[in-house]
Design a protein around this ligand. Structure first.
Ligand code: ACO
Length: 349
């Protein structure tokens, strides 16, 4: 039976470290508030001119390819997850294809925000299981720092996010029991506007929540981006933090249990859970709900903040580099985010 395994993993984070203290120079906030609510101590911001979502992805991908022992020309397909692409279109997948001088392979961008990488893994896994491809480069990368509101008005969102990239080479294997055991994907669009960036977009006014009802009336023929949006600060992400928190602490454990049940396993069987690094408090809730020991859950949001689609591969890569993921270990990747969407992938390393 063909399964997919992670044959190589890499990460890249920018050099520029931004501490909570640094943010107090831009907005009314404090190290104490940020640490208490999110666990974050510092995050990385990409170089404004020279680093993009794609350039960071390429650096992570080079490491993943080298560790997998294959060249860029041996990759059959690219799946790229991000919410902060270099361009509104085309996606970043083709930019990676160009940068790494790959063959004219397919490149797919996934837009599932915090769950993006786990969704991307699931998509790639299906292509490998079907026998269509042997080596797929799966990437999560974000450059959030280009588009956050660093005034006090945007502080509930901007203190949380950081930049970085992670990548894996997913490879076909017939080794018994190894590789991705199952993946599980979910969504609930009822709360789509609770964690969203509305503009630029083609939405109509009535979709936006009452708290943001100050949008211009949408008229036939209106541009999808206007000066009013800039004047009214409507080009930044919006987050109803408490609503996200409430849903996340239910759906995270649910989708992890779903993966374990599917494979006849229990939380105590897990060697390592790699949760999307949304917020340390959310991870702690999840660990408590599943009765996991501290050493069964890997968190590094303290150092990098929330890097959305990049957080799972960055955390997995760091855990692997520290020797915390060994051959035969049962590892669960899980994520929850905007959409809302949530997902898990259970694998035997
Ligand atoms: N510094 C200081 N004060 C702040 C900041 C800040 N950075 N941000 C908000 N505040 C203030 C608010 O203005 C508010 O003040 P008020 O009471 O005078 O009106 C007060 O703190 C409480 O605001 P809330 O938004 O209710 O803050 P809460 O305690 O809920 O914490 C947080 C906010 C951390 C975002 C929390 O809601 C949360 O953890 N939500 C989960 C969402 C999350 O983690 N998102 C991550 C990204 S999405 C994802 O990856 C799934």
């Amino acid at each position: 039976m063909i399964r997919s395994k992670i044959a190589g993993i890499g990460m890249y984070v920018p050099e520029n470290v931004v501490t909570n203290q640094d943010l107090t120079r831009l907005m009314e906030t404090s190290d104490e508030w940020i640490q208490e609510r999110t666990g974050i101590q510092e995050r990385r911001y990409a170089d404004r001119k020279n680093e993009t979502t794609t350039t960071m992805a390429v650096e992570a991908a080079k490491v993943a390819l080298e560790r997998a022992g294959i060249s860029a020309q041996e990759v059959d397909f690219i799946v790229f997850a991000t919410l902060s692409p270099d361009y509104y279109f085309p996606g970043c997948g083709v930019l990676v294809q160009r940068a790494l001088k790959m063959k004219e392979i397919g490149a797919l961008d996934v837009r599932n925000q915090c769950s993006g990488f786990v969704y991307a893994i699931s998509v790639a896994d299906q292509f490998i299981r079907s026998g269509m491809y042997k080596n797929i480069l799966v990437i999560g990368s974000e450059k959030h720092s280009f588009g956050l509101d660093f005034s006090t008005r945007g502080r509930n969102v901007s203190v949380i996010f950081g930049d970085g990239a992670g990548a894996v080479v997913l490879q076909a294997t017939e080794e018994d029991g190894r590789g991705i055991l199952s993946t599980h994907l979910h969504s609930d669009g009822e709360s789509a506007e609770m964690l969203a960036m509305y503009n630029p977009g083609t939405h109509a006014n009535h979709w936006t929540p009452a708290s943001l009802a100050d949008f211009d009336e949408v008229e036939i023929g209106q541009m999808f981006m206007s000066h009013a949006m800039i004047d009214k600060n409507q080009l930044y992400p919006y987050m109803d933090g408490p609503s996200v928190f409430k849903k996340a602490v239910v759906k995270f454990p649910e989708v992890i249990i779903e993966a374990l049940n599917k494979n006849g396993l229990q939380p105590s069987d897990l060697d390592l859970l790699i949760p999307h690094q949304a917020n340390l408090r959310i991870s702690q809730f999840v660990a408590h709900a599943l009765k996991l020991r501290e050493d069964q859950v890997y968190n590094n949001i303290q150092k990098y903040g929330n890097t959305t689609a990049a957080s799972v591969p960055i955390a997995l890569c760091e855990a692997w580099e520290k020797g915390l993921v060994k051959n035969g270990d049962l590892v669960c990747l899980a994520a929850f985010g905007s959409g809302f969407t949530w997902a898990s992938a259970l694998l035997r390393w």
